[in-house]
Design a protein around this ligand. Sequence first.
Ligand SMILES: Nc1ncnc2c1ncn2[C@@H]1O[C@H](COP(=O)(O)OP(=O)(O)O)[C@@H](O)[C@H]1O
Ligand SMILES: [Mg+2]
Length: 367
Amino acid sequence: MDLHQRLLEVSRGFRIDYEYLGYETIQMGNVNRTYKVNFRMPDGMPKSFLVQNVNTYAFRNPVGLMENIDKVTEHIRAKKPGQLALHFHHTAQRKTYIVDGKNFWRMTNYVPSVTYNTVTDLKVVRNAGKAFGEFQMDLADFDISELTETIPGFHNTRQRYENFLQAVREDKAGRACQVQEEIDYLLSVQDLACTLTDLQQQGKLPLRVTHNDTKINNVLFSPEDNSAMIVIDLDTVMPGLMGHDFGDAIRFAANFVEEDCSEYEKVGVNLEVFRAFAEGFLSKTAQTMTSQEIDTLALSCFVLTVELATRFLADYLDGDLYFKTNYPEHNLVRTRCQIALAKDMYKHLPEMEQIVRDCVEAAKAVK
Ligand SMILES: Nc1ncnc2c1ncn2[C@@H]1O[C@H](COP(=O)(O)OP(=O)(O)O)[C@@H](O)[C@H]1O
Ligand SMILES: [Mg+2]
């Protein structure tokens, strides 16, 4: 069956009966396959929907994932009647997905908007911070026991270290001898990197609903004024810590270079971007954060960066089984880039902590 036919059948399955006009493939995003599907309504007006073919290799529990997404999006929608919100369509059987062979389909409203893979405009960064902060606040009263942990131990840093150490011991691809320096560094910062995990296990940091993929390209912006419209890509919504969302956003957006840049001397945390994101995020969240959350927020950036380094290096040692690689040393370059970023973040930790305190104070003064 060709893709036109499939998308048409999927749309009909989600009870869209308008005249089918065609589809466009959306290139942004690199996990799922995403299409804008276009229709004409009886009054002649065009209407589009967003259809995704979910990557069930990356997401092993797509049904649990869709249940999480449906609960979370409906919770947000109920809070903002009349406002723009992400909404997943249901089939006649009240399901938010259609399985056809190996394909797993879902459909949402299409939001005319712009997305950015990388940003230098601090206003856009600040707005992204606001959007992710607001997302957490919209879900502050959501009962997390209703969510399935679709990827168990996603940010359990102790567990990530266990996996990394196992990869070192097994040395499946015979590469451990080349990376002793990286192994030594990661071991030397193990306890610091496990701060969030340990505090959470001691009950000192609250579990919240977290997005867990807080890249800027998961925010839709208004083409008119670059204000943030909505947060999308909720595949990894799970119980987590506030620092996971904040730290990962900074790790990704505030690096001077791309995540796999091999010019390690250029790697580092851009404090202007850090400040802009923190301003936006904390303007929404500061009021409800605990003092432990505030105190560990800057450190969370270091934690998330080291955690990812352990995953890249483990995969390199295993022979590149998990992350897609474009050349043999790709995972090693990624590891070195994350280590360089972690070292730079550690050096600038006092400044980052000061910025967080300033933003918290400013946010509290406004309210
Ligand atoms: N509801 C939507 N309206 C308009 N564009 C969207 C919508 N959802 C996703 N997109 C676009 O599709 C891209 C990929 O979607 P996303 O859900 O982030 O997939 P992936 O998991 O592959 O990153 C987004 O970066 C955005 O440009
Ligand atoms: Mg995405």
